[in-house]
Design a protein around this ligand. Structure first.
Ligand SMILES: [Zn+2]
Ligand SMILES: [Zn+2]
Length: 349
């Protein structure tokens, strides 16, 4: 007798339905994880709003925490045990392409948000479901006493760790962080821990206050102060040694070139919507020795570090939990997540 389980499935733009599916059975090296929480990322919000185009039906959700329910027969003597608390990650990296083999799972050649889910007749990332079927490479151990709501930040924090490490911050660097949404705020926390002086640009006064509380050394409202003259004034005319742009606005990406110091680094963290090209002087880049760096996603090592920072309570993401909503109200949760001013809305199973 097969058992039925439930999944929140995007069936169209603006439409998410709870559908019944067969509960999958782990075989070989597969692991069945009972999902406890899944946070709603901007990516899923954009699917719901029709900005990110996907083929429906589609199961979203990639910021997932669960507990191991059943192990495939090959894993009986492995380090994984029934009852282990785990974050799920890198679900759609193949593990076998050129980049995966170089440890760059976030740049997997076959990575696609619409890869088919293991054990289910649907595509997607699978977090909005009571169960997920995975292989050991997708699991990252969390401490037993870590609340599942906190563990749900393992994926977003791993992406910020990746970004911060791309920048190779030196102690005492002037680091500008543009945008104090959740990703910008996580950059503040980590950059401070790297010994930087952190300067934050954000037009929302509430968020500036939070930035300050989380350790920002100076907060600047770009709708009041010109960001270029302000950063120059704060750095004896040099500009920032490192700039992270966490906004989706091309114009701001372009402006960072006027805000960076000689030998500085500019990191484009976010995706751009719409993706309007910007102009850069190659001679300026050449003479100023500036590095322009793109970053996206994260790798296995970033996930490991993220889970450690959360488990050891070094990083506390609780200021970013805007709401915890039961799975049955997933549509309400999605609508709540796109309201202005919300950080993460977490679905609880
Ligand atoms: Zn995410
Ligand atoms: Zn790959």
């Amino acid at each position: 007798m097969s058992e039925k389980i439930k999944a929140g499935v995007f069936t169209d733009v603006g439409n998410i339905e709870i559908l019944e599916l067969e509960k999958p059975k782990p075989r070989g090296n597969e692991i069945l994880v009972k999902i406890k929480t899944c946070a709603i990322c901007t990516w899923e919000q954009r699917v719901f709003q029709g900005i990110n185009k996907v083929k429906f039906p589609f199961i979203g959700g990639h910021e997932t925490v669960g507990v191991i329910e059943e192990l495939g027969e090959d894993l009986k003597d492995s380090k994984w045990k029934v009852g282990d608390k785990v974050a799920l990650g890198l679900m759609l990296a193949c593990g076998d392409c050129y980049y995966c083999r170089k440890g760059q799972h976030g740049s997997c050649e076959t990575f696609n948000h619409e890869n088919k889910l293991r054990g289910f007749p649907f595509r997607g990332m699978g977090g909005f479901c009571q169960y997920q079927l995975v292989v050991p490479e997708n699991l990252f151990k969390l401490k037993e006493d870590l609340p599942c709501e906190v563990g749900a930040f393992a994926e977003p924090l791993s992406c910020v760790i990746h970004s911060i490490e791309m920048a190779n911050i030196e102690i005492g660097n002037d680091v500008a962080i543009i945008g104090a949404g959740m990703m910008g705020l996580l950059h503040i926390i980590l950059a401070k821990r790297q010994g930087a002086r952190v300067l934050v640009f954000e037009p929302n006064e509430e968020r500036l206050k939070l930035a300050k509380k989380l350790g920002a050394d100076a907060v600047i409202n770009p709708s009041i102060d010109n960001p270029v003259s302000k950063i120059k004034a704060l750095t004896e005319g040099r500009g920032a040694d490192v700039i992270f742009n966490t906004t989706a606005i091309s114009k701001i990406a372009e402006q960072t070139t006027e805000m960076v110091a000689k030998l500085g680094k500019i990191i484009f963290y976010s995706s751009y919507h719409p993706d309007i090209p910007i102009s850069i002087s190659p001679n300026w880049l050449h003479k100023e020795l500036v590095s322009l760096i793109g970053t996206a996603n994260s790798n296995m090592k970033d996930f490991e570090k993220s889970c450690k920072l959360l488990s050891d309570r070094i990083i506390d993401p609780s200021p970013f939990i805007s709401d915890v909503v039961p799975f049955e109200d997933i549509e309400k949760a999605l609508r709540r997540s796109i309201e202005p001013g919300t950080f993460r809305v977490i679905i609880k199973f």
